[in-house]
Write a protein that binds this ligand. Structure first.
Ligand code: NDP
Length: 271
């Protein structure tokens, strides 16, 4: 049976084995998908062992996405733009290929939520790997202007140099007054019970507040957006399932449906 796995540290919390098992069942694919705890200084060895034992492909999560980027012999344009790899596979020439499906997963989830990205202004908060990976796919989907704001503005400025003038880097206190129809929180502030410190005025025209973080309860950012009267809030669980669906498509050539698996995961989180 073809073997796949997600590599991370820690990895016990990962929902990827469940998600891929559901995809495989739904599409009648015979495969095994495991979670592998790689040592912090041993990702490359862990991957090589897996491939030597017949592993066909992998997902990569925190903190190995940059190491996977270095390890890959061929990189997709999406991976190059993101500066990180979350999906690995061996191509027909035996080369190790790295792709990044996080950003395309976000866009797929936004479309599922009914967002028309063409010609809108987006405020993207955070300048880590997840934020950088989202920018290319958001621009490809037709976003007019994207303000990339971060607590440490130099990080946002460094990312903006990889894109054209549609991307503008700002500090939180310096975000231009504009009609932002979509505000995305790509910071990890919610893990500490915090939200990015931006003015409520930036939410005035916002139709959807999106937080890449997910969990059983509303994140602090989504709770705040709700209090400010933003009509729709969504967390990153849909993005998680959608990025996994893209990885499954890369490996198996079949694109799974997102909605049924998302429903099951939401039920699990509510328990
Ligand atoms: P990184 O560690 O690379 O970046 C963290 C970012 O959060 C930085 O911009 C940092 O700002 C900012 N930050 C942290 N704490 C605060 C705070 N208290 N106030 C304001 N900003 C803060 O993380 P990632 O980019 O990998 O991930 C970001 C989030 O996205 C995480 O919550 C992660 O779980 C989520 N994610 C979700 C995915 C999904 O499929 N749903 C996929 C990938 C990520 P500074 O630069 O100033 O330190």
């Amino acid at each position: 049976m073809d073997r796949y796995a997600v590599f991370g540290n820690p990895i016990g919390h990962s929902k990827s084995p469940f998600i891929h098992a559901q995809f495989a069942t739904a599409l009648g694919e015979q495969l095994q998908y495991d979670a592998i705890l790689a040592p912090l200084d041993g990702f490359a060895d862990s991957w090589q062992r897996f491939v030597s034992a017949g592993g066909k492909g992998g997902n990569v999560t925190v903190p190995f996405k940059e190491q996977a980027y270095q390890l890959a012999e061929r990189l997709s344009d999406r991976a190059k733009q993101a500066g990180a790899v979350n999906t690995l596979y061996i191509d027909s020439a035996g080369k190790l290929c790295g792709d990044n499906t996080d950003g395309i997963g976000l866009v797929a989830d936004l479309k599922r939520l009914g967002v028309n990205l063409a010609d809108i202004n987006v405020l993207l908060l955070g300048a880590g790997g997840a934020s950088r990976g989202a920018i290319g796919p958001l621009l490809d989907a037709g976003v007019r202007q994207l303000v990339l704001a971060n607590r440490t503005v130099t990080k946002a400025q460094a990312i903006a140099t990889h894109f054209d003038q549609r991307v503008e880097a700002r500090a939180y206190a310096d975000i231009p007054g504009r009609d932002y129809q979509l505000v995305i929180n790509a910071t990890s502030a919610g893990l500490n019970g915090e939200r990015p410190d931006i003015s409520a005025a930036h939410l005035e025209h916002c139709q959807l507040a999106y937080d890449m973080l997910y969990g059983s309860a509303n994140t602090p950012f989504l709770q705040w957006a709700k209090e400010q009267g933003v009509p729709l809030q969504a967390d990153g669980l849909g993005m998680l399932v959608a990025q996994a669906a893209e990885a499954f498509y890369i490996w198996r050539g079949k694109r799974p449906e997102i909605a049924p698996v998302l429903k099951l995961l939401k039920q699990q989180l509510a328990q």
